[in-house]
Ligand binder design. Structure first.
Ligand code: ADP
Ligand code: TPW
Ligand code: MG
Length: 577
């Protein structure tokens, strides 16, 4: 047969798996956090073959947390891919976490044949996943035909990132993956989402109302939340704070939006400024339990439900957020970038900064608290206290301001938040709105992958246990993660005893003197055992220098922690003791 008579091959058909890959890539979703198995093993392999970065975890929950925090860091939905029923359920916690924390994420799970699942005939891993995802997701979709995959992915992206971001579930029944479309139809079925998170400009009247309140304030305060960190409007937020001269309080994941060492930072005088302020401007922060719902003693109210009399401005993209707990006198609804820009435009020359009476009083409170803290940090007891260990972490973070700081635990969380200064935006990632344990290693993987920066994970020994097996993942991908396990032998502390004759330990204590460092050695990482601040410092410095996966077992006084850490007031029984 000569060349002229050779039949022209038809354009290659695309199957459902290919359409998923193409739809993700077309929309710039270049990383998948997941765990393989029926029916998605081949999809993961082919995604990797197509140039998507595929990070394969040891548990879907960690993959999901990784995806959620990738969403927070990049403003693109983090993608988590799991198998059906059990894999889906393992990922569900992270989906809920993403929704609760306003992080954009898409959980994609394979599922079993609809006809069999719906008749409950006992399909392989049978579960009505869509129904279960709905209550914890911002949105949930199922695709039944390969030609709709492009639409499904587009809808999932828009739902995840537009307005208040959140977790979206996308259900892909197994049979989709092998369904084919001819090449032309495949291409036509895909959607490149245009402007997935449209700006939402605030109403000028709302902006004026807010400015009016600020102008009339004697003791104004700005509270920056993780929504402000997410918005990536760093320069304008800093300009607004500095131009108005108003003291600000960063919520934990907003630390570093301005450096914690900024003279207007009121974090070290938190318990003074909240009740004393007369006008409070919330920027991407909800008045939930973390801010005592805007009332009660924290705010100077007489009773637990009483307001302290503050007037509130709230900048938020959700029009439903204002008045959720107390009256919001000046809601400014819009995206933070646009809202802050509009406020800035109204604070030109002639803006009167707050009176020295207010800023000096805060300065004095800060100085007293900082001095008290410095005294505690300077002590070097044996075994180490949280303070003597965290004084080291504080220095290391100061010397490496671009490093990512991951943090979970109770005392290990609270002390790190108050002791370790953060210098740049979105460097601190923690347990978030639920105070959830188990985010540590998933967050560390995503933080390293997304930013390329070294990661320092400060972990309570209990907190670490929730995702500890992912140190294998960290070693496998050779990520520059330095995990410090603050080992006080248990949940909150290691001293509880079982009051009965039984030899069972108390529910809060672990194996004493455990050597967490040896876990990472099993996978070729570097383990270190630190009983003094000097040893801790040397091991952390080496980890940052070498960028090798490292786990440091930092031995902390087992009597040092308090039950529930800083949130003891929420623990109904601890306070009876
Ligand atoms: P924190 O825990 O730091 O106090 P929250 O999670 O309670 O913060 O609040 C974050 C708030 O930020 C949410 O109410 C959310 O709607 C809002 N938000 C998130 N992204 C944006 C954005 N780009 N523009 C405006 N508001 C946003
Ligand atoms: C998913 C309850 C809050 S803090 C904590 C638990 C179990 C561990 C505290 O011990 P750790 O820290 O990490 O050793 P430290 O320094 O005080 O000793 N399950 C989930 N989330 C939460 N929040 C809990 C249980 C909890
Ligand atoms: Mg502990």
């Amino acid at each position: 047969m000569n060349a002229a008579t050779e039949p022209v091959p038809p354009p290659p058909a695309a199957d459902g798996a290919q359409l998923v890959i193409d739809a993700l890539r077309l929309n710039g979703l270049d990383t998948i956090y997941g765990l393989p198995g029926i029916p998605i093993t081949d999809l993961m392999r082919r995604a990797q073959g197509a140039g998507i970065r595929v990070l394969s975890f040891r548990h879907e929950q960690s993959a999901g947390y990784a995806a959620s925090i990738a969403g927070f860091l990049t403003r693109k939905p983090g993608v988590c891919l799991t198998v059906s029923a059990p894999g889906f359920l393992n990922g569900l916690n992270a989906l809920a976490h993403a929704t609760v924390n306003c992080f954009p994420m898409i959980l994609i799970s394979g599922s079993s044949e609809r006809e069999v699942v719906d008749l409950q005939q006992g399909a392989y891993e049978e579960l009505d996943q869509l129904a279960i995802a709905k209550p914890v997701a911002k949105a949930a979709f199922r695709v039944l035909h390969a030609e709709d995959i492009g639409t499904g992915v587009a809808r999932a992206i828009r739902a995840a990132v537009s307005g208040r971001p959140g977790g979206v579930y996308l259900d892909l029944p197994a049979k989709l993956f092998t369904e084919t479309l001819d090449a032309g139809a495949a291409e036509r079925s895909l959607i490149k989402v245009v402007d997935p998170a449209p700006r939402q400009h605030p109403d000028q009247e709302a902006v004026e109302r807010a400015l009016g309140l600020l102008r009339g304030a004697k003791r104004p305060l700005i509270v920056l939340g993780k929504g402000a960190a997410y918005a990536q409007a760093d320069a304008d937020i800093r300009a607004l704070v500095e131009r108005t001269g108003i003291p600000y309080l960063p919520m934990s994941m907003a630390k570093g939006l301005l450096p914690d060492t900024h003279e207007q930072c009121a974090a070290a005088a938190r318990s003074y400024v909240l009740p004393a302020a007369d006008v409070v401007m919330l920027v991407g922060a909800r008045l939930n339990w973390l801010l005592s719902h805007g009332k009660g003693q924290t705010w100077g109210g007489r009773g637990p439900k009483e307001s302290g009399g503050q007037r509130f401005i709230q900048i938020d993209i959700s029009p439903q957020e204002p008045d959720s707990n107390v009256r919001i006198d000046a809601p400014v609804v819009g995206d933070i970038g646009s809202c802050v820009a509009a406020l800035l435009a109204g604070t030109g020359a002639g803006w009167k900064k707050p009176a020295a009476e207010w800023t000096d009083a805060i300065g004095q409170q800060k100085a007293a608290n900082v001095a008290r803290m410095a005294e505690r940090l300077a002590k070097s007891p044996s075994p180490m206290s949280f303070h003597s260990a965290l004084a080291v972490v504080r220095d290391i973070v100061k010397a490496n301001p671009d490093a990512m700081l991951v943090n979970e635990g109770a005392n290990a969380l609270d002390f790190t938040r108050s002791i370790v200064d953060v210098y740049k935006p979105r460097r601190r990632l923690d347990v978030g709105t639920w105070g959830i344990m188990g985010v540590g290693m998933g967050y560390s993987v995503a933080a390293a992958v997304v930013t390329g920066q070294p990661v320092i994970a400060i972990e309570g020994d209990s907190a670490f246990g929730f995702s500890g097996m992912e140190v294998e993942t960290i070693c496998r991908y050779r990520l520059p993660v330095c995990v410090v396990v603050m080992n006080n032998n248990g949940v909150y502390r290691g001293t509880d005893v079982n009051p009965t004759e039984s030899t069972d330990p108390a529910p809060t204590v672990f194996v004493r003197n455990a050597r967490y460092d040896r876990i990472i050695e099993a996978f070729g990482g570097v383990g270190a055992h630190a009983t003094t601040p000097l040893e801790l410092r040397a091991a952390m410095e080496e980890a940052l220098r070498s960028r090798k996966p490292t786990l440091i077992n930092a031995v902390i006084d087992e009597t040092a922690g308090t039950e529930s850490g800083r949130i003891r007031s929420l623990n109904p029984t601890a306070n009876r003791k």
